[in-house]
Design a protein around this ligand. Structure first.
Ligand code: G4P
Length: 530
């Protein structure tokens, strides 16, 4: 039987990530969240935005500085309310990559940040699709209320229609832009008044109790108070009520309004996260379901971060702990290669001015030093032969043909590309019909990373050329004749990926759709399990 302390540690964990379109405010909200977690003293220190030093204290940060690895904000752990929160970074701008998708397979809930002036944007749509694979619970923050925004009811309507998730407003905004006055909390029947110019600190917020309170009119003006009352009437008649069960199934999202820059409303969202978001969830392995409260440690690798400094070839494998407890110096079983490894120096992630933690629990992330033996999707246990599922490859969206400068190094190039694909840095496809090597990625930066790593780690100089491929699907079928036919009829569009899996590579969506119609017995998959 697991002891009470152990259960308490696991139940207080909340592991989440932020999904948003670039510029919606992910970085800003991360700063404010860390401010509430007391992980930073003043907002404005994430991603080197005028660092005041209070964020970079652990050994790990020093190692980063020495070795030039940039993972400072890969995982941020901090306490809030009675919980211990793990916030996993989802690379978003130029650094957007397949890792961004895979991080979402390692969390138990997500915060969707939407720019309230813009509404649902393309990247958010894509990331939401990924969260559907596990029906991840989603909280929503409508950001930038201090700007001229769209109508809040219309925004929620758009989320419901475009993302197929029911919106349950928890707070509701009063005005926007220069006349943004605060939010009304529908369930507490309280209005919190916004004061601008206090974005870097945790503000003392004035509260007005009750919607019909004349103090509300005095505080926000009669016009806005009256609009608020009308809106709340509409919400109560037309919007869904918060339902925790539907939230946990990923069917309904609690919606909060505020401004990350003005640091207003972020704490309402955090209170929702700690109250409703799930503690570490059970996970499926091929043989059985693994409960977080099992005493034996288990976990899976969802991301490998390479060191771009050629002097240091080590990489860090990020392991999401599924069950049990990690302690420094522990021996772990690396299931795929069947070996026990001593983990003397795993990296743990405590944001802020704290000692590096010596232990970690289910729900936490640890970083293992890796010299090339660890792959995405690998499982670590205390000895059991478990293999976790649900950490897939995602169909690339960008393709280039890669060509050697020195043609004699074809073998080294292939070896390098296959290894990099096992690490999840990129995907590689070899058409059946020729000797082309096609590199597939989700984000543009992945291409540069691959060329630079091929040079540094495999001594291969390669360049890219355009290729007429825009999308890929892994193909499988119970009918071998169908697979044989597609390979015979359109060999130019069938390729093997880094793990020798059959893939259909299409010049455009029209071609893909026609081919799917033509081969009804073949499944065309957008993800592939490792
Ligand atoms: P991202 O990580 O999602 O890409 O977004 P980020 O937080 O970097 O925010 C993008 C821009 O939007 C930044 O402005 C940021 O200051 C601004 N922003 C974020 N939240 C709010 C908000 O609640 N209200 C307003 N008015 N602006 C907000 P920038 O000028 O591009 O960058 P910076 O120079 O301010 O850093």
């Amino acid at each position: 039987m697991a002891d009470a302390e152990f259960l308490k540690e696991i139940n207080k964990r909340r592991t989440f990530a932020i999904i948003s379109h670039p510029d919606a405010g992910k970085t800003t909200i991360t700063e404010k969240v860390l401010l509430y977690g007391r992980a930073i003293q003043r907002a404005g220190t994430v991603k080197g935005r005028g660092a005041n030093g209070s964020f970079a204290k652990s050994d790990w940060m020093q190692m980063e500085k020495d070795r030039g690895i940039s993972v400072t904000t890969s995982v941020m752990q901090f306490p809030y309310n009675d919980c211990l929160i793990n916030l996993l970074d989802t690379p978003g701008h130029e650094d957007f990559s397949e890792d961004t998708y895979r991080v979402l397979t390692a969390v138990d809930s997500c915060l969707m940040v939407i720019d309230a002036a813009k509404g649902v944007e393309e990247r958010t749509r894509k990331l939401m699709e990924v969260t559907r694979l596990r029906d991840t619970p989603i909280l929503t923050f409508m950001n930038k209320m201090d700007r001229e925004t769209r109508d809040p009811l219309e925004l929620m309507d758009e989320v419901e229609k475009e993302l197929s998730i029911v919106c349950a407003p928890i707070t509701f905004p009063i005005g926007c832009g220069k006349s943004f006055k605060g939010v009304y909390h529908i369930y507490r029947d309280e209005t919190y008044l916004y004061k601008s110019g206090q974005g870097d600190i945790i503000q003392e917020v004035v509260t007005v109790k009750g919607l019909d309170n004349p103090e509300l009119d005095a505080a926000v003006g009669e016009d806005l108070a009256s609009i608020l009352r009308d809106n709340i009437e509409l919400v109560k008649a037309g919007s869904a009520e918060f339902d925790e069960e539907a939230f946990l199934k990923g069917e309904l999202t609690p919606v909060f309004f505020g401004t990350a820059l003005g640091n207003f409303g972020v704490d309402h969202m955090l209170n929702g996260l700690t109250a409703w978001a799930p503690a570490p969830l059970a996970r499926n392995a091929e043989s059985r379901q693994v409960e977080p409260t099992e005493e034996n440690l288990s976990g899976f690798v969802f991301k490998i971060q390479a060191n771009m400094d050629p002097k240091h070839r080590d990489r860090i494998a990020f392991v999401r702990l599924v069950s049990g407890k990690y302690e420094k110096g522990m021996k772990l079983h690396h299931v795929r290669i069947g070996k026990d490894v001593n983990i003397s120096d795993a990296v743990t992630f405590m944001a802020g001015d704290r000692e590096q933690a010596e232990e970690a629990y289910a729900g936490d992330i640890i970083g293992l030093h890796n010299h090339g033996t660890i792959q995405i999707g690998d499982t670590f246990t205390k000895g059991e032969d478990l293999k976790f599922t649900g950490i897939p490859n995602f169909a690339p969206e960008l393709f280039k043909r890669i060509r050697l400068k020195d043609p004699l190094k074809q073998k080294a190039l292939l070896k390098g590309l296959v290894q990099l694909s096992e690490e999840g840095a990129v995907q590689v496809f070899r058409p059946l019909i020729n000797n082309d090597l096609i590199v597939g990625a989700v984000g543009v930066l992945q291409f540069d990373v691959v060329v630079s790593r091929l040079k540094n780690e495999y001594n291969v100089e390669a360049v890219y050329e355009p290729v007429n491929v825009t999308t890929a699907r892994w193909i499988e079928s119970d009918d071998p004749a169908a697979l044989e036919e597609i390979q015979r009829k359109v060999p130019q569009n069938v390729a093997l990926d880094g793990g020798d899996n059959l893939t259909y590579i299409a010049p455009n969506m029209v071609n893909l759709n026609l081919t799917m119609e033509r081969y009804p017995k073949i499944k065309f998959n957008t993800t592939r399990e490792h």
